[in-house]
Design a protein around this ligand. Structure first.
Ligand code: ZN
Length: 188
């Protein structure tokens, strides 16, 4: 994959940094797999593979680019590693997340949390608990809690108004991200 400097610039405009998890959350186009996507040299490529290539170098032949953080939306190169598909499936089994694989992946809390649990999660977020602490309590990934916090999952369950803890992005990389954040807070 050849990536031009202008494309690297475009890449940096398409994610926002979640300070708590350190994940770079892709905001632009997504593939059906939940991975971000961007055109490079006219071809659609997965955003996490672009990230790996830009920051770590060419993806070793036969290896996949996998997430240490379990968040398919994440393009932080420090959360990515190259491994075999087998390593990925062993990792998934070890983490017990094989049942969540699919369109929205294991980060879709709808697949694991009941509505009442989500209400509970929202209360804990409102009290200022971290994604990780809540995730541990409910046995889901921190990414799943992050999606609830961001209103990307279960948006139909009301959040307390004017609660700072639902302000999603404490660190914004670009104008685009700032706009995304402001349109988000209007929705909620
Ligand atoms: Zn990450």
């Amino acid at each position: 994959m050849e990536i031009k400097p202008i494309e690297v610039e475009r890449f940096h405009e398409k994610y926002i940094v979640d300070e708590e998890s350190g994940c770079w959350l892709w905001q632009a186009a997504k593939r059906s797999t939940g991975y971000g996507a961007m055109k490079v040299g006219g071809l659609k490529e997965s955003a996490h593979r672009i990230s790996y290539t830009v920051f770590k170098g060419p993806i070793p032949e036969g290896l996949w680019v996998l997430h240490k953080c379990d968040n398919p939306q994440c393009v932080n190169p420090n959360h990515l590693f190259a491994g075999t598909p087998l390593a990925n499936s062993q990792d998934m089994h070890a983490k017990g997340r094989q049942r969540y694989v699919g369109q929205k992946g294991k980060d879709n809390p709808r697949s694991v949390l009941t509505e009442n649990q989500v209400k509970e999660v929202i209360k804990l977020i409102a009290k200022g608990m971290t994604n990780r602490a809540i995730a541990n309590r409910f046995g889901v990934s921190h990414g799943a809690i992050s999606l609830i916090r961001l209103g990307k999952c279960w948006p139909d369950i009301p959040r307390p108004p004017d609660n700072e803890n639902f302000k999603p992005y404490r660190s914004l990389r670009s104008q685009a991200a700032r706009q995304a954040a402001s349109s988000f807070s209007k929705e909620v």
